[in-house]
Design a binder for this molecule. Structure first.
Ligand code: COI
Length: 356
């Protein structure tokens, strides 16, 4: 399929100052990608056009039953002036995994990646040049059929928007404070916790609001059955570094299979660390924080990158990890990962794809 281009004349394109601290996800570039799907016809009308509101029927499936999924990846402006994407094929694979679980049509992964590269190349002037900033890429697939019965939509749109961003958390790369909730749960076995669907994020809002009121940046979720096993943070996966072991919760179906998570596991293993994907109880974490056996805790995600966790609140008590400081492992992972992403370091894994 060809991508039809309808571009703004140069004098209508905005020129923003992208230096300094950029907020996350508030600014959008001049153009977007869009294509449509109809049962029996397949995907059609792929186009890049000026960024504008999408007009949908008020009865569209997505508005009522949340048949929607998304992805998040970034384009990095390298130190050599080249534009890099980090493992975008993993995002496309995950998008199709999510689509299958939500009874949505698959996208052609190669074509979607071509659409991303074409759009990013066209909007390359929007990629912030500062290390730590990037152009966030948000592909979305949603059901658009006007029908109020509960069944998979027969019509869909797939779109991609771009947003120049800085750090996701206001703390930047500094340690954040996390609230462990045993009141709310994020996902249940057999549910959609491992799917990047909007409803998971909507369901997390109340816990996040309550945690924010108490001064915490994010919520750490426990498993829904026993409320004992650590799961993830919602905006990132979580890692615990004990004396001789780096642990992250195993992918049991209730946790998002993060691409940064996967990359961190690979790097840490290659550095000779003992890395275990296993179940981990909140009691083990708290005991580690109390005895000092827990050396570091950090989150991983596309938006969050590597986010050290300096404080954990659980059952009314706050626990300090590594004196509330960024630990050497989080620091090394951050430097290695961003080094690869910004072209400051070699890419031994072949994780980078260039634009164009
Ligand atoms: C990402 O890291 O790209 C995410 O999708 C998390 C997000 C909800 C900001």
């Amino acid at each position: 399929m060809e991508i039809k281009l309808e571009l703004l004349p140069p004098e209508k394109r905005r020129k923003l100052d992208l230096e300094g601290d950029l907020p996350f996800g508030c600014i959008f570039t001049d153009h977007m990608f869009l294509m449509y799907y109809q049962e029996g016809k397949g995907w059609y009308d792929a186009q890049i056009k000026p960024y504008e509101p999408i007009c949908l029927d008020p009865a569209a499936t997505v508005f009522h039953y949340s048949q929607t999924i998304f992805e998040g990846l970034k384009a990095y402006y390298g130190v050599d002036g080249r534009i890099r994407l980090f493992r975008p094929e993993r995002n496309m694979a995950r998008m199709n995994y999510s689509a299958k679980r939500m009874c949505m049509p698959a996208i052609d992964k190669e074509f979607a990646l071509h659409a991303i590269k074409t759009l990013v190349d066209l909007e390359k002037g929007w990629i912030p040049k500062e290390i730590g900033s990037a152009l966030y890429i948000r592909p979305v697939l949603m059901g658009t059929e006007a029908f109020l019965g509960v069944k998979p939509s027969s019509e869909y749109i797939f779109f991609i928007i771009l947003s120049p961003v800085g750090a996701y958390y206001k703390e930047g790369f500094n340690p954040i404070k996390i609230y462990v909730t045993d009141k709310y749960v994020r996902a249940v076995p057999g549910g959609v916790g491992d799917v990047k669907t909007g409803g998971n994020y909507a369901a997390s809002l109340m816990a996040s609001e309550e945690a924010a009121k108490l001064g915490y940046t994010q919520v750490l979720w426990l498993d829904a059955i026993e409320r004992r096993y650590v799961e993830e943070v919602g905006t990132m996966n979580i890692f615990f570094y004990f004396e001789d072991e780096l642990v992250t919760p195993a992918l049991t179906g209730t946790i998002l299979p993060g691409i940064t998570r996967e990359s961190v596991i690979q790097m840490a293993k290659d550095w000779g660390l003992k890395v275990n994907e296993r179940r981990i109880t909140i009691d083990e974490v708290i005991e580690g924080a109390e005895t000092g056996r827990l050396k570091e805790c950090f989150g991983t995600g596309t938006a969050a990158v590597i986010s050290p966790v300096g404080y954990l609140a659980y059952k009314g008590k706050e626990y300090v990890i590594n004196q509330g400081q960024t630990g050497p492992l989080a620091q090394r992972l951050f430097e290695e990962l961003t080094g690869i992403q910004y072209g400051e370091k070699p890419d031994p894994y072949g994780w980078i794809q260039f634009v164009p």
